[in-house]
Design a protein around this ligand. Structure first.
Ligand SMILES: *Cc1c(COP(=O)(O)O)cnc(C)c1O
Length: 379
């Protein structure tokens, strides 16, 4: 009989080793047990603080403004692409995973011209090729890149891409844990959401917009709700959202940002995630599992492991066994290899990762799998 541990989080829920929504602190959840009107002065002050703190975290005070978008991260990405790329513009999308593919689909649905630079999911964009594309295709007005492509966990070379590109927007899951400073990495727009490395609950996307670029976006949007220019203008005029805001989500995000600062900001949060990732990777390797990515390309956000080749390993049983022990992992989304993923973000500490590793060991023993390694591929 396995030792069934009590669920491991502060609230008794299973810990989420996923790329978001993720495990949040009890105090962030507790922040939501009130009601506020959308015109309530207390709420408006909290919202203003949240938007200002996000700009500060992006190193973009003075040059940029945070424009929030009700919804998940994709709503913010769609708002960014359709508000910034004019109807006659052309978007170059860098793709090495599902989130890059999604951006391409957004631009196509909105009727924007699209060019693509695609590399396999375990490879970053080819900068020389990108440079040549930008030189050859003068119709390209904007470039979209994903900072941490959650499909594999790869860290894309955003700073190097930015150097090649005059104007670009980009999206990421790493905001709040990995440095992306507007003073050193030039960007017009950066989209992210409440429920990733800021450790809030899902429901608010946001775009950090260069003020001078946003000023030129009037009339670009192809939808009413995702018009960043209009949303920003309403804020400047009234301090309020045009449509019902997710009040509880925003107040929880305010609390989460306070806790982010208490942990030492981007540097402190990044340090804990890097430690989580190291404990996870070392422990899994110790049981024979192999990571998709080498150290150089691996972001400390989510780790992709090759599926073990032992025929006694059944992913569904593995998943269920971990869930019973209080740990939720994530299936793979790759086209290049059969895989699964484990996240290192959210209210997780190295001790929680060690707990998850002990659970992995137990479940493997239960399946009588002695080694988590994949079939040896020719390398
Ligand atoms: C989370 C995430 C998004 C947004 O996804 P939603 O499901 O809409 O929150 C976009 N890009 C990346 C890389 C992400 O990790």
């Amino acid at each position: 009989m396995p030792i069934t541990r009590p669920a491991a989080s502060e609230t008794g829920d299973p810990l989420l080793l996923t790329p978001g929504p993720l495990t949040t602190s009890a105090s962030v959840k507790q922040a939501m047990v009130h009601d506020w009107g959308s015109r309530d002065a207390g709420f408006i002050a909290i919202n203003k603080m949240v938007l200002e703190k996000i700009v500060a975290l992006a190193g973009a005070e003075g040059t940029h403004v945070t424009v929030p978008v009700q919804g998940s991260g994709t709503f913010a990405v769609e708002a960014m692409i359709t508000s910034f790329v004019p109807k006659a513009g052309k978007l170059l999308v860098l793709i090495n995973g599902a989130y890059g593919q999604r951006a391409k689909k957004i631009a196509e649905i909105a009727g924007r011209a699209v060019a693509v630079h695609e590399t396999p999911e375990d490879r970053p964009p080819d900068l020389a090729q990108l440079d040549a594309m930008l030189a050859a295709d003068t119709a390209i007005t904007h470039v979209f890149a994903v900072h941490c492509e959650t499909t594999s966990g790869i860290l894309n070379p955003i700073a190097e891409v930015a150097v090649l590109v005059a104007k670009h927007g980009h999206s990421m899951s790493a905001f709040g844990a990995l440095e992306i400073d507007a003073r050193t990495v030039s960007y017009d727009a950066l989209a992210a959401s409440s429920n990733k490395c800021l450790e809030g609950v899902p429901g608010l996307g946001f775009v950090v917009c260069r003020k001078t670029a946003l000023a030129e976006c009037k009339g670009n949007a192809t939808t009413l709700v995702l018009d960043l220019f209009d949303q920003a203008e309403a804020f400047a005029r009234t301090g309020q959202y045009r449509f019902t805001p997710p009040i509880h989500v925003i107040v929880a995000l305010g609390k989460a940002i306070e806790e982010h600062a208490a942990e030492g900001g981007v540097a402190g949060r990044g340090r804990r995630y890097r430690e989580n990732a190291k404990v996870l990777i070392d422990g899994m390797r110790g049981m024979g599992f192999r990571t998709l990515l080498g150290e150089r390309l691996q972001a400390p956000i989510i780790v992709t492991f090759h599926m073990p080749s032992d025929p006694r390993f059944v992913f569904q049983s593995f998943y269920d066994g971990l869930k019973e022990r209080g740990y939720v992992i994530y299936p793979g989304k790759l086209t290049v290899a059969d895989s699964f993923r484990m996240g290192c973000i959210g209210r997780l500490y190295p001790k929680d990762i060690k707990g998850a590793l002990a659970a992995v060991r137990e479940v493997l023993d239960e399946m009588r799998v002695s080694n988590g390694g994949p079939a040896l591929a020719a390398e």
